[in-house]
Design a binder for this molecule. Structure first.
Ligand SMILES: Nc1nc2c(ncn2[C@@H]2O[C@H](COP(=O)(O)OP(=O)(O)OP(=O)(O)O)[C@@H](O)[C@H]2O)c(=O)[nH]1
Ligand SMILES: [Mg+2]
Length: 424
């Protein structure tokens, strides 16, 4: 699971990244602070309780005494990555924070759009917009009404489309000639070969090409398509390759009226936009790391640690953070990422194990992996998600909850615990 953070300069992409990955990156109030992409891991909570909850119940029913340490509030799993407290399992997502994009970047303005290849293989993009409207379209902080978030949104989609369109148009004639000789499959293969570096696969290209052709019944055969038609196809492909969701950031200093127009437009089209305050999330994470507060990312409140010794300035700072999240109902970041992953990209969680009765791996770790896989994934897909060898050698699997044997094509459900039997 990989999500890219995009947008014009100086909107809070790196602040979002720093908060969610808890790493130190450059953040500053001027454009083009970030040049080279930052790549890191963010941790998000699953929406359903960790499967170790069911394991505890099963063990209790069998009269076993559970040995869980009190700090973990009941959780007994041993996550290989992430953590689980009170059955709230945290799983990793890769985040990519890139340089800011300005209008006409595809023609080389600003930093150009070469860096967009850093977004290759992202499952989705989150466009960070400046909901407060205090930075102009190139990210210069010039105050009130410097820019309208709708303008930001429109130009960014345009630049992304122009990026893909540039790649396709470059040698369209060659690809189209092949289609003329060998039919549509040759065109699919050509487009795939041009866009495979961005993470396209044949199935995405086929879906996109078919929908594009059926939405435009008056189109002539592909080898006659001019640049503008190829650009429209590029836009269709972009929507499938990189669905864009929006963080209306700096919401802490934005009058909602500033970005309501954008919200309405996006929601009318079934899109997703959420108010965020990356700066607040970053402040909370830092305070929690320093031991001053107890804060669970995603919550809309926090408590001051009993052991914290705070000076007046720190108390004032925490008070301000508290007011912000109270007003906003949280900082919006975890809630937005969670909606993207679970509602929009339809990811479910599956727990591969080696022992179907104890739900452990070969080293005795309990439910060590909680993998996010696309809805509709089969037992064999899960095997591949664990390791190519396990997929290649797949024989059958066992649903560890029911004990039933399941085949390669069996579609998994959210929270499934699965033992995979494979040739080694
Ligand atoms: N008020 C407020 N300021 C924010 C928020 N998020 C970021 N900022 C400020 O906005 C400025 C730009 O933040 P960055 O994270 O560097 O922005 P960026 O989008 O990565 O910028 P480039 O790398 O230049 O493209 C900094 O001064 C941040 O402190 C927020 O939620 N609220
Ligand atoms: Mg940055």
């Amino acid at each position: 699971m990989r999500i890219g953070l995009v947008g014009k300069p100086n909107v809070g992409k790196s602040t979002t990244f720093a908060a969610l990955t808890e790493t130190v990156v450059e953040i500053a109030n001027y454009p083009f602070t970030t040049i080279d992409a930052n790549i890191g891991i963010a941790w998000i909570p699953l929406r359903t309780p960790c499967a170790c909850f069911n394991l505890v119940k099963r063990m209790e029913e069998n009269g076993r005494i559970i040995d869980s340490d009190s700090e973990r509030k009941g959780s007994i799993c041993t996550p290989r990555t992430g953590s689980c407290i009170e059955f709230r399992r945290i799983v990793p997502i890769t985040l990519v924070d890139v340089a800011g994009l300005v209008p006409d970047a595809h023609q080389g303005r600003g930093r150009g759009n070469q860096f967009l290849s850093d977004l290759a293989n992202c499952d989705a993009l989150i466009q960070v917009v400046d909901a407060s409207g205090t930075t102009d379209i190139e990210g210069n902080p010039i105050g009130e009404d410097a820019c309208n978030p709708e303008e930001e949104y429109d130009f960014l989609l345009h630049e992304l489309d122009a990026w893909i369109s540039g790649i396709l148009n470059d040698s369209w004639a060659r690809g189209a000639r092949r289609a003329q000789a060998e039919g549509q499959i040759a065109l699919v293969r050509y487009i795939h070969s041009q866009l495979s570096g961005l993470g396209a696969n044949e199935s995405i290209v086929t879906t996109s090409l078919s929908s594009f052709i059926s939405e435009n019944p008056d189109l002539d055969v592909p080898w006659t398509w001019k640049e503008d038609v190829v650009s429209q196809l590029a836009s269709n492909l972009r929507e499938k390759l990189f669905p864009v969701f929006v963080a209306a950031n700096k919401a802490d200093q934005a009058d909602p009226s500033k970005w309501m127009g954008l919200k309405q437009r996006i929601e009318e089209r079934g899109g997703l936009i959420e108010a965020t305050s990356a700066e607040t999330e970053l402040g909370l994470r830092r305070a929690a790391k320093a031991g001053a507060i107890e804060y669970r990312p995603g919550d809309n409140d926090f408590t001051i640690s009993e052991s914290a010794e705070l000076n007046d300035a720190q108390k004032k700072g925490l008070d301000a953070l508290s007011k912000r999240i109270e007003n906003m109902g949280g900082t919006g970041l975890i809630s937005l990422i969670s909606s993207v992953v679970f509602d929009r990209l339809d990811r479910i969680v599956a727990y591969p194990v080696q022992d179907e009765s104890k739900w452990i791996d070969g080293d005795g770790k309990i439910l060590p992996d909680a993998l996010l896989i696309p809805q509709g994934s089969t037992a064999k897909d899960l095997a591949y998600a664990v390791h190519t060898d396990l997929g290649d050698g797949f024989i059958r699997a066992t649903d560890a909850r029911s004990g039933r044997v399941i085949g390669a094509d069996h579609e998994l459900a959210n929270d499934d615990v699965v033992k995979i039997h494979a040739k080694t």
